[in-house]
Design a protein around this ligand. Structure first.
Ligand SMILES: Nc1nc2c(ncn2[C@@H]2O[C@H](COP(=O)(O)OP(=O)(O)OP(=O)(O)O)[C@@H](O)[C@H]2O)c(=O)[nH]1
Ligand SMILES: [Mg+2]
Length: 352
């Protein structure tokens, strides 16, 4: 999965990026002009436990890639996106909007004051406008060429939707229609997580900036963060970390909270493969059929699919080994249409 971190200048994007990924990108680097990139492994106790059983040559966790955009260069700091940002954001599957809710007299907000709800609305408008420009240009072109095809009609609906003040996220599209316009990678169509970056003075205070109300009204997931403190904690040793978090009332590990929200929002889950060469987690959308899950491993396995041998993780662990799970009748044979479940341990049988 690929995630793009966006937000107004000095909202704490790089601070959060570092806290989530353990990277050490320069914070407050107003002069830096490159996006920061990092990959994290998705912690998964099931993978740890299976590795202890199989002692495989290789253990592979699911991965999430983060890109933290550089400050806007061309359009001035009252806007978030410039052409460099648009390029790196094209291929992300989800956006994280770091919303500044902390006060810091030494670090001015580019819009002059700290106002999280205003920032959310402004950024949403910017995403919509960016899409609208692309849509209108394309519609004009299609009209000139007299091509009023399916794509044209979807784009007209998309335009009307944005003109009524809404993001493409809420435009109802059939799977076929979504495919038709997928190539445009519209930004306001991407799922968006709000990440409120609160100052330590707000810890324990209910919704000081009105951000939680806004998130509830718009139906967007909100993660509450204390970026500066999270970053400090992320730099401690593992033993110190847990004690510190508890003392500060920070709750669960920021990375874990983030990943849970992102997986939920995107409707993702993992299935597992286990053997002597490798124990591995694979991320797929909920509702994926066995034959398509096979395709995430290799297109040959999908093409030559015969059946899937499936054992739920809990049943496997209760039995202690694959042989015992089989004896106990927990290993099922499933066909192409089987809907994969979170934590299924799978062996695909296929023809080459
Ligand atoms: N008090 C306080 N300061 C913070 C917090 N998060 C970030 N800052 C400070 O705000 C400044 C900007 O932080 P960055 O993480 O660089 O913000 P950014 O959004 O990446 O900024 P640009 O990339 O320049 O747009 C730095 O001086 C941080 O130390 C916070 O939670 N509390
Ligand atoms: Mg930055």
């Amino acid at each position: 999965m690929k995630v793009g971190i966006i937000g107004f200048a000095r909202s704490g994007k790089t601070t959060i990026f570092n806290a989530l990924t353990g990277a050490k990108a320069e914070v407050g680097a107003f002069g830096s002009r490159d996006a920061n990139l990092a990959v994290i492994k998705v912690p998964d106790e099931r993978i740890d436990a299976l590795s202890a059983v199989y002692k495989p040559k290789k253990t592979t966790y699911a991965e999430v890639q983060f890109v933290d955009i550089a400050p806007n260069e061309s359009a001035g700091e009252t806007k978030v996106l410039d052409s460099a940002a648009l390029t790196v954001l094209k291929n992300v599957e989800a956006l994280v909007h770091v919303v500044r809710a902390f006060e810091n007299e030494d670090v001015l907000h580019p819009l002059g004051s700290v106002d999280p709800v205003r920032d959310c609305k402004r950024l949403e408008e910017e995403l919509q406008l960016t899409d609208l420009i692309v849509i209108e240009r394309r519609i004009e072109r299609l009209e000139k060429e007299n091509r009023k095809d399916t794509e044209y009609h979807i784009l007209c609906r998309a335009r009307d939707h944005i003109e009524s003040g809404k993001s493409l996220r809420s435009l109802p599209l059939s799977a076929q229609e979504a495919k038709e316009i997928a190539g445009y990678c519209f930004l306001s169509q991407k799922p968006l997580i709000l990440l409120g970056n609160y100052g330590e003075e707000s810890i324990g205070k209910p919704d000081p900036a009105g951000l939680a109300d806004y998130a509830a009204e718009t139906g967007q997931p909100l993660i509450e963060f204390c970026g500066a403190m999270e970053l400090e904690v992320a730099q401690l040793s593992e033993e110190e970390r847990a004690a510190f978090r508890e003392e500060l009332g920070l709750g669960e590990e920021s990375r874990v909270r983030f990943l849970q929200t992102a997986y939920d929002m995107l409707g993702l889950m993992s299935f597992l493969t286990a053997g002597d060469p490798e124990v591995r987690a694979w991320t797929i959308p909920k509702g994926t059929k066995a034959v398509d899950a096979a395709g995430t491993i290799h297109s040959d396995i999908q093409r030559g699919f015969i059946r899937a041998e499936v054992v739920p993780y809990d049943a496997f662990m209760a039995a202690g080994s694959m042989a015992k799970a089989k004896e106990a009748g927990h290993v099922r044979l499933e066909g192409k249409e089987y809907v994969m479940q979170d934590g299924d341990i799978v062996l695909f049988r296929f023809n080459v």
